[in-house]
Design a protein around this ligand. Structure first.
Ligand code: ZN
Ligand code: ZN
Length: 601
């Protein structure tokens, strides 16, 4: 290759870098995907300052021969094996072929790779190959990217804060670990281990590595299928939720995809089981014949279109709703014991592991002939016993009424919380939330089964509206009439209401009518019957629920519990707050330091 040609190519790579290499996470993504393509079972990502100073990726994959190692950094390298059947691969190839040379053109790269027969070491600075020599025979590849964008200061300025860069990398590595549970991933930033999965091909264990044991225990297993789609994965109990949608992860045939509509369906399926503005943790894998999907791959994201999308959406929605309706979803208030610092232990262990890792690597550098062993990482199984994560709430309850256990009220605190008991422990019911749920389901039923039975108002109500509000209401007069309202125009921008449905709350009729009118006005452009019913039922339920600081008798408490038991979802108020919480006998004992003592006095 002539010198001029090489210069052109480096320039082209630098230009391409602007498009494909946006930040540290795009570099990590490229390197990790290469490691996966190389059939690695263990991939370690080590960052210095979130990758802005250094990104090092070490794998135990098939490695490269010397020619391929050099070729990998030239544009349009086609050394990669192409699997004709792999729809994704073919479409990503254009990007993938360019990424490595682009990264090399804006950083300082050192590469160690070996296919087990020859070891190669390559140094590249700003796209120029500085050195190629034989290197370690440890099978696999270790690539280090230093000083990203050192020669393109304008790009360097585009990098976000270290925190944002690190959050992006972590987010990517978490997702790739979830989509490849059979690969062991270690992510380290400045010697802190951020992720350490065990590669045991167990998704739940990967969830544990990312979110911790408490969350892993609170994941529900979901499995469903129809003729076209098979869906399996894990979703969090409604009590576990996050402020961001980012923890709802959908894989299609094992690859992370982005589909806003699917996330919306998943979140909506939890409606009224949790607050709508909080999001569950979900990992769902959709298995489908590739001919039914259309993948449009952009270097930084992966959008997907499904044929038979409506079927897929209702399949997911039904599966989640069915699952939530067959569980005993009572938040268990766990009392933590002071002495155990549960968190510090695994971190220490990880640290030891990483030290072992470093030692092992150094040894192999010294003695390249130990490559037969090919031990790159210390296998977790040597240190830990095979662990089984006990998912709480594994039980499927077919009889709806059994979901709420038999509980007996014993008293009321502050006219607000009903104390109940049974042989398992103590339950606290929020009486407002419970009554709200009962009312909500009542009104939802009434609104969904309209009849024209109505009550005439002794004193008709007149409503004055703005001209735009008046237009909106006039558009929905027939809906209101169907529900049993009798409404007429009454002068300019005014309405007169002469009758209302029989089920409107007694003594609050006129207030309720005004609020219903407000619901219609506020729904405005994206008005739908479902939305109107939902908002109206929620509004009326709160209005009519027992307020805090209201004393009720034991009989009334029993009736309330019974009505709650008959609810479709007895566990949450329509806003997603819990109606009751549970303290087990064991937790009560822990709370009073009774557990562990021989003589409980
Ligand atoms: Zn309320
Ligand atoms: Zn509420």
């Amino acid at each position: 290759m002539s010198k001029i040609h090489v210069m052109d190519e480096i320039l082209a790579n630098k230009i391409a870098a602007g498009e494909v290499v946006e930040r540290c996470s795009s570099v990590v993504k490229e390197l990790v995907e290469n490691s996966i393509d190389a059939n690695s079972s263990e991939i370690k990502i080590e960052l210095i300052d979130a990758g802005t100073k250094q990104i090092k990726v070490t794998d135990n994959g098939i490695g490269m021969a010397e020619d391929d190692a050099v070729l990998a950094f030239s544009r349009h390298a086609t050394s990669k094996l192409i699997d004709e059947d792999d729809l994704y691969r073919i479409e990503t190839l254009g990007f993938r072929g360019e990424a490595l040379p682009s990264i090399a053109s804006v950083s300082k790269v050192s590469l160690d790779t070996s296919n087990g027969e020859v070891g190669t070491h390559v140094e590249i600075v700003g796209g120029h190959i500085k050195e190629t020599k034989s290197g370690s025979l440890r099978k696999g590849t270790c690539i280090t990217i230093k000083d990203l964008f050192y020669n393109t200061p304008a790009r360097l300025k585009h990098m976000k804060s270290l925190y944002t860069e690190l959050a992006n990398v972590t987010d990517y590595v978490n997702k790739i670990a979830l989509s490849h549970p059979d690969i062991k991933f270690i992510l380290v930033n400045n010697d802190n281990i951020l992720l350490n999965t065990d590669g045991s091909n167990n998704v739940l264990k990967t969830i544990k590595a990312i979110y911790g044991l408490e969350v892993a225990k609170k994941m529900l297993t979901l499995k469903t299928e129809d003729n076209d789609y098979t869906i399996d994965g894990f979703l969090s109990l409604p009590e576990v939720h996050r402020s961001s949608r980012n923890h709802m992860i959908t894989l299609v045939n094992g690859r992370v995809v982005r589909n806003v509509e699917l996330n919306r369906i998943i979140n909506d399926s939890y409606h009224s089981f949790k607050p709508d503005n909080r999001y569950p943790i979900v990992v769902l894998n959709i298995t489908v014949d590739p001919s039914l999907i259309d993948v449009n791959i952009h270097p930084t994201k992966m959008d997907i279109k499904f044929s038979k999308f409506e079927e897929l959406k209702s399949l997911i929605e039904k599966a989640i709703k069915d699952l939530l309706h067959k569980k005993r979803l009572i938040s268990h208030i766990e009392v933590k014991e002071e002495k155990e610092e549960v968190k510090s232990e695994p971190i220490k262990k990880n640290y030891v592991q990483s030290q072992l890792f470093v030692e092992r690597e150094v040894k192999e550098e010294e003695n390249p002939y130990t490559n037969e062993e090919q031990v790159l990482f210390v296998n977790n199984d040597l240190i830990e016993k095979e662990e089984i994560i006990e998912q709480e709430n594994d039980e499927i309850i077919e009889d709806k009424k059994e979901r709420l256990p038999e509980i007996y009220p014993v008293g009321l605190v502050h006219g607000t919380y009903i104390i109940c008991q049974n042989e398992k422990g103590m339950y606290l019911i929020d009486q407002h939330a419970a009554k709200e749920r009962i009312n909500y389901e009542f009104y939802k039923y009434q609104l969904g089964h309209p009849n024209e039975a109505s009550i005439s108002l002794l004193f008709p109500i007149t409503l004055e509206l703005s001209n735009s509000e008046f237009i909106i209401i006039k558009e929905h007069l027939s809906l209101l009439e169907k529900l049993g309202f009798s409404i007429e125009e009454f002068g300019i921008n005014s309405l007169i209401i002469k009758a209302h449905p029989t089920w409107l709350p007694k003594n609050y009729e006129s207030e309720a009518i005004r609020k219903i009118i407000d619901v219609i006005i506020n729904c405005d452009k994206d008005f739908s019957i479902e939305k109107f019913n939902e908002k109206t039922a929620t509004m009326l339920s709160c209005k009519m629920a027992i307020k805090a600081n209201t004393s009720i008798t034991l009989e009334e408490m029993e009736r309330l519990i019974n009505d709650l038991r008959n609810c479709d979802n007895p566990f949450n108020c329509p806003h997603g707050r819990p109606t009751l919480v549970f303290y087990s006998n064991y937790d009560l004992e822990k709370l009073f330091k009774r557990s562990g003592f021989e003589n409980k006095v």
